[in-house]
Design a protein around this ligand. Structure first.
Ligand SMILES: Cc1cc2nc3c(=O)[nH]c(=O)nc-3n(C[C@H](O)[C@H](O)[C@H](O)COP(=O)(O)OP(=O)(O)OC[C@H]3O[C@@H](n4cnc5c(N)ncnc54)[C@H](O)[C@@H]3O)c2cc1C
Length: 326
């Protein structure tokens, strides 16, 4: 271990100041950050614990004039159990309640879940100096790379998948991410929050150094709104998914008026399947429409040497989500 400075600010201002230095990392529940330090994959010099900050915005779930607000330090179990989230933003409750294990959900926070780093085993192994750590190669993308869990959409030059359940659900729910940093506060629509490796290989989102997520807001669900999150993995618990989908629909009677279809664990960002959304618009949710949408969702997929199985698996996830909404 290298020595790492530990700082526990009591105000946002102090936290932002402390996070501006190179090698400074925010600590929330620590479910991702602490293992990353143990794995020695971050050039950490300072850890800034957010949990003593007295700002109310960071905690809890409450109404706003236009919807709902959830603080970044709210735990996943609080989100999964909240009645308003369960009934009105179901995809988020389902995403939160399928993270890891009860122990992880008791400690892990919304901000930390959204900003957790990828699970690519080359990235997670300190002996591989991969592209994402400033190296010259993406080992997963190589012909002989072990890439069974990697991206089939939006990959290259790095082929990670975004690991966060809540990120996928929040994109389907059209959330806004509220951040604060050295330049003040800003609101980022979720569609603009994540970045592909071809735009910034070192990060998965647009947060600048010293910026923190304070809270997330969700718009008031319109009449006829329903949403769900489904995922599948090699184990039922204590593991990340290998595929999944979050779908949000606005129904006009039996017809789909609006759809947001977001694929999980198949791209470096939660992946909006716009062709599937188009295939659903104005349609009744018949088995044929559902099948067409599932096929459209995977249009343009480019599997690596070992992960073509993710195409039919993810089509099944889209079908399952839509069937559940029926
Ligand atoms: C065995 C296991 C299985 C798991 N399975 C899943 C799964 O299926 N799905 C899933 O989504 N996750 C899964 N996880 C990941 C886990 O849920 C996340 O690591 C956890 O939610 C992160 O939250 P945290 O509060 O502990 O974050 P931390 O570990 O404290 O932080 C995570 C990252 O976010 C940054 N960060 C934290 N808070 C903020 C903030 N407010 N603003 C900006 N940056 C911030 C930190 O600097 C760090 O880089 C699993 C973890 C384990 C150990």
């Amino acid at each position: 271990m290298r020595p790492i400075e530990y700082f526990k600010p009591t105000s946002l201002q102090e936290a932002i100041q402390a996070l501006q230095d190179e090698g400074a990392y925010a600590l929330a529940g620590g479910m991702d950050l602490i293992p990353s330090l143990q794995e020695n994959i971050l050039p950490a010099k300072r850890v800034v614990n957010l949990k003593a900050i007295g700002e109310e915005l960071l905690r809890g779930i409450g109404p706003t004039p236009n919807g709902l607000q959830i603080g970044a330090l709210t735990t996943l179990v609080e989100i999964a159990k909240n009645e308003t989230v369960r009934s009105r933003y179901t995809a988020l409750a389902e995403a939160a309640e399928t993270v890891g294990s009860p122990q992880i959900r008791n400690v892990g926070t919304l901000g930390g879940n959204l900003c957790q780093r990828p699970r690519c085993w080359y990235f997670r192994n300190e002996h591989y100096h991969c592209l994402k750590k400033g190296g010259a190669r993406c080992f997963a993308g190589d012909e002989l790379g072990d890439n069974q869990y990697h991206a089939i959409l939006g990959g290259g030059p790095c082929h990670i998948v975004h690991p966060s359940n809540t990120a996928t659900a929040l994109r389907a729910l059209n959330a806004t991410v509220h951040v604060v940093g050295p330049q003040g506060r800003r609101e980022i629509p979720i569609d603009q929050f994540f970045v592909l490796p071809r735009r910034n290989i070192m990060a998965e989102n647009v947060l600048e150094p010293g910026e923190l997520v304070t809270h997330v807001t969700l718009p008031e669900p319109p009449r006829g709104f329903r949403s769900t999150f489904v995922e599948t993995g090699e184990r039922e618990a204590f593991d990340w998914a290998i595929s999944g989908a979050a779908v949000a629909l606005v129904m006009n009677g039996a017809e789909v008026a609006e759809a947001r279809v977001v694929l999980h664990a198949v791209a470096p960002i939660p992946w909006r399947a716009r062709a599937a959304e188009e295939a659903l618009k104005g349609q009744r949710l018949t088995p044929e429409t559902i099948q067409r949408a599932a096929e459209a969702a995977l249009e343009g997929a480019q599997p690596l040497s070992q992960n073509a199985y993710k195409i039919p698996l993810t089509q099944a996830m889209v079908r399952r989500a839509l069937q559940r909404l029926v």
